[in-house]
Design a protein around this ligand. Structure first.
Ligand SMILES: [Zn+2]
Length: 60
């Protein structure tokens, strides 16, 4: 196993981690019930995705 030869300073460690911040998750509105949901996923409120209901509930 490789062993680091020198101690990484706090400044070098922190500047390396300066790029590690999380980006906010992309939120889209459900086209059926307009509740905020993640893209490419079924709506957690109505279960609707790609023109059909994945929960098996027909509420139309
Ligand atoms: Zn929905």
């Amino acid at each position: 196993m490789a062993v680091p030869r020198n101690r990484v300073s706090n400044a070098r460690k922190n500047s390396r981690r300066a790029h590690h911040a999380q980006k906010p998750k992309n939120i889209v509105a459900c086209p059926k019930c307009s509740v905020a949901k993640l893209p490419h996923a079924a709506c957690s409120s109505c279960g609707h995705y790609k023109g059909r209901n994945l929960l098996g509930e027909n509420e139309e």
